[in-house]
Ligand binder design. Structure first.
Ligand code: G4P
Length: 526
């Protein structure tokens, strides 16, 4: 098969949702369709249960599961579909943001009763920044929930998406009768038999067909006709191009746990979702069909077994063909590396692969060469964009609690920062180290992993900070003046970029007002 054919065969996406909306269940149903797993329950939920915020065993379990389910590949209708897993817990949101740089589209799962929740808002915002095409799946229609039109309005308002329903529910909860598939013009009936649910599909191209009454009853039939009429008046017809530009999101309704409406979603997904897309690099956009190989690391996972220090770096292939045992150029380190055991992950199976194509994700065994965002190429010094660090929200001083182990502590902290567990800033005025995270759980993770993997001990001390933001300025003299006047509030990140530490929203505002020539950035990429 040619490179172009291999590219066109691939669809790489992520499912995102607020915890409990049904991401794991939907993933599992998709894998069942693709034959990648045979039984329900094979995909473990990777979420840390809500109440166990500092249960270390849960953290470890989460790490184990998320390696196994990092990428789940399956074949469906001659396509190779890669689902990239994202952590459910909000404290790991930054992992999810980074994973979203490695996909070409996403499916957002929303609980019909809960509507749009906080975590979904944040994740969709990241997708919208990059115009990633989004399909919405409204789940749990077997339960009572919000009115479908109200939900669409909520999705538009809270997520800033323009929607176009491609299926429409008939009833809900106790009275749920099925969905009308507006994309293929078919009636899909929900037929529960005890614990089993059957999906019966009847082709009804014209909704005035009297079979509709027979199947769902006169009341629901009339309601469906009226609602579909409204949809067709209110929403413009679905156009693939507009979806691919990230400007409109098709919406499906169903019930993942009952495997209802999932096939409709998948059938539409394989027809409309984009194949591997070009990736922006600082130098130029990198197209998938270029002859030469390139890829970037978007996630690093440490080995669960503390005796083996190796890690797995997950790399998305951006262009060309990646081959086993071939020398590639590690751009940041300016040296060549080759990989004898590149791995693909499939549900619970790991396999060594000989080659991989754009859109694929390979796991590379690493003994400390990689950092998040690193690029490999055939010699060109490429720097892929869109893998920024986000301004953290929680801060603590980190201290060495065992003076005999300072070497181990420094090594551990450096490696954990490379993995993207948190961010570390060193204050210029006193050299103190400050850890910044998006969630409180990471502080426990760091302490636990330093002790278990590096034999080092750390303690934390509160530090009164509101935000850390990256600073830059075109006017060198003005920048120098700013840096010396605010010396106490200046730190460096692990890449030696200058960061302003603001104690409060007010302090940040004052600094911005007093130094209009200085730019304050809330992501590390500017
Ligand atoms: P997540 O990955 O987004 O966090 O959600 P997950 O799939 O784990 O689903 C959360 C809960 O919602 C699970 O129940 C799951 O069975 C249920 N669920 C998923 N889809 C549907 C649906 O279509 N209808 C209904 N009624 N429930 C659904 P749980 O009790 O938390 O876990 P479990 O014991 O069932 O595994």
């Amino acid at each position: 098969m040619s490179l172009i054919q291999e590219i066109n065969k691939r669809r790489t996406f992520a499912i995102i949702s607020h915890p409990d909306a049904g991401k794991t269940t939907l993933t599992e149903k998709l894998l069942l369709f693709g034959g990648a797993i045979q039984i329900a329950g094979a995909v473990k939920s990777n979420k840390i249960k809500k109440h166990a915020t500092s249960d270390f065993m849960d953290i470890e379990r989460q790490r184990g599961i998320s390696v196994a389910t990092s990428v789940m590949a399956f074949e469906y209708r001659d396509l190779k579909i890669n689902i990239l897993d994202t952590p459910g817990h909000k404290d790991f949101a930054e992992d999810t943001y980074r994973t979203l740089t490695a996909v070409d589209s996403v499916i957002v799962v929303i609980d019909v009763a809960k509507g749009v929740e906080e975590q979904t808002e944040k994740l969709v915002e990241v997708c919208r920044m990059r115009n990633t095409p989004i399909i919405v799946f409204i789940n749990k229609l077997d339960r009572e929930g919000k009115d479908a039109f109200d939900l669409l309005d909520e999705v538009e308002l809270k997520l800033g998406l323009t929607v176009r329903p491609l299926s429409w529910p008939i009833g809900m909860g106790q009275t749920f009768k099925g969905v009308y598939n507006l994309y293929e013009r078919k009636l899909v009936l929900f037929r529960p038999h005890g614990k089993q649910v059957e999906e019966e599909i009847i082709e009804i191209r014209d909704l005035s067909d009297p079979r509709l009454e027979k199947e769902v009853g006169p009341g629901p039939a009339k309601e469906l006709r009226d609602e579909v009429h409204t949809i067709e008046e209110v929403y413009p017809p679905f156009e693939r191009e507009v979806y691919l530009n990230g400007e409109v999101s098709p919406v499906f309704f169903g019930s993942a746990v009952n495997n209802f409406g999932v096939k409709e979603l998948l059938d539409c997904f394989v027809e409309v979702a984009p194949p591997p897309q070009p990736r922006p690099a600082e130098e130029r956009p990198v197209k998938p069909d270029e002859d030469k190989f390139s890829g970037f690391v978007f996630k690093i996972h440490a080995n669960m077994d503390p005796k083996h220090r190796d890690r797995i770096a997950f790399m998305r292939i951006c262009s060309g063909i990646f081959q086993r045992n071939t020398n590639y150029y590690h751009v940041r380190q300016a040296r060549s590396l080759k990989f004898s055991n590149p791995t693909s992950f499939m549900a619970d199976k790991k396999t060594v692969i000989d080659e991989a194509f754009p859109g694929d994700v390979v796991g590379l065994y690493d003994s400390g060469n990689f950092k998040i965002g690193d690029a490999l190429s055939e010699g060109e010094p490429l720097h892929f964009k869109g893998i920024p660090s986000f301004s953290p929200e929680q801060f603590r001083y980190v201290n060495n609690a065992d003076p005999m182990k300072s070497k181990q502590l420094n090594k551990g902290l450096d490696e954990l920062m490379d993995e993207g567990v948190a961010q570390m800033f060193v204050r210029e005025s006193d050299g103190r180290k400050i850890i910044g995270t998006v969630g409180a759980l990471q502080f426990d993770v760091i302490q636990y992993r330093l002790e278990n993997e590096y034999g080092a001990k750390c303690s934390y001390e509160p530090v009164n900070l509101y935000k850390a933001c990256w600073v830059s300025c075109k006017d060198q003299a003005a920048f120098k003046e700013f840096l010396s006047r605010r010396r106490r509030d200046i730190a460096k990140d692990t890449e030696d970029n200058l960061v302003f530490l603001a104690e409060s929203a007010w302090m940040l505002k004052m600094a911005q007002e007093n130094h209009p020539e200085v730019e304050f950035h809330f992501t590390s990429e500017f």
